[in-house]
Design a protein around this ligand. Sequence first.
Ligand code: ADP
Ligand code: NG1
Ligand code: MG
Length: 431
Amino acid sequence: MTTDEELHEHFVKIYGIEPEVRITCPGRVNLIGEHIDYHDYGVFPMAIDASTVILAAKNSTNNIIFSNFNPKYSSWESEVPCGWKGSSNPKWNDYLLCGWKGILENQKEEQFGISFLLFGTIPPSSGLSSSSSLVCASALATLSLIVNGDPFEVRGRTMGHQKVIVFRENFAHLCAKSEPLIGTLSGGMDQAAEVLASEGTALRIDFSPLRSKNIELPEDAVFVVVHSNTELNKGATSHYNERVIEGRIVAQILKQKFAISTPSFRLKDIQTLSGKSFEEILKIVEELPEEVNKEQVIELIGKDKLEECLTENTRKFTDFKLRSRARHVFSEAHRVELFEKACEEKNIQEMGHLMNESHRSCAIDYECSCKELDDICQLYLQNGALGARLTGAGWGGCAVVLMAADDVAKVEKLPSLFVSKPAQGIRVHRY
Ligand code: ADP
Ligand code: NG1
Ligand code: MG
């Protein structure tokens, strides 16, 4: 295990200056509510102990320099002003640039030379949101080099021409708006979970506006995180964005059906404006076509409405699935409500059941699982788990398993990454 002292020493060795701040940003495991944050539906994650640490200082050069404690990731350097506007095939430094750019643009600050050293313990591309942890840690490192003290404790401090009032919700929202610069049309769950978490409690997060509620987990519930030994880099593949666009097309069809006039193509807005319950909308969804190509979508909603759904890097998509994708989103959003209620009632059997239903929906309707994830969930269920499901975007990575505390011994010999306890959100230490 690398200690804070080792990182400090390494920073001084490679940069020849002292670090000013150390940022620690956790990863997160999502207990339920997958692929619904980008439709503004509430989700149920918790922060984990695995984290991203960034040591940072302003330097006397005109350069941004990023180094990684892990030699697998080579250092990156650029002169400022740096014309970075995003990346469609992101490397590790691009996630840091998302956070950096988000802060500087927001604060209308000049670019200045900075030195960052990163050390990460979140398994990458595994659904525990290492990507957002890099983005949020970089954003807070940048912000901490501009303001003195803990940016979350400074209120109304004058900085340049701007007044800085850094509420955690605003900061999480800013990070969520910045991460899509690497090309994914992501929602805001990960940044919110990693920024807003309090040690010891899971979170119910809602969007527009972003807000969170701390939720105590039943004492006899143990969550185990298990790696399927497969990975998927979300920024380097189109799976994630395909699902986002399919959902947007469904939204356009439903708007037309319900004669709703709104520029939004988030399914929660459409459901709210339609006044339909989950049960009602799930029945209506069964009337949607399943497999459609671009021409058929144009016949259904018109060229302009399709164009509204697309972005530069998703315009190339030609084939879509609609009915099953919509079934997943609405049923998963409903399961989050039921899971929260079961959690309040300390009904861990029901929580496990809902997690299993969630995995089935992700695997069959959303097609975001894979054989390795299905197998690892089955293995745990056969050995006494109450529930097991993929966590995060899927197509590889980790599963989260719910065990009754009394049954944990039954899975002691099975592969596991860690037993997860709700961890603290992002924090800054000033040297
Ligand atoms: P995740 O589910 O972990 O968020 P993503 O595919 O969204 O997966 O992001 C993974 C990417 O984040 C990696 O390909 C890498 O570029 C970056 N990353 C994650 N952890 C680290 C790390 N410790 N050091 C450098 N880059 C990292
Ligand atoms: P991961 O797997 O951590 O990259 C992604 C999205 C979330 C959410 C989940 C699926 C980003 C930053 N995160 O998580 O917004 O949609 O998938 O529920 O893209
Ligand atoms: Mg990610």
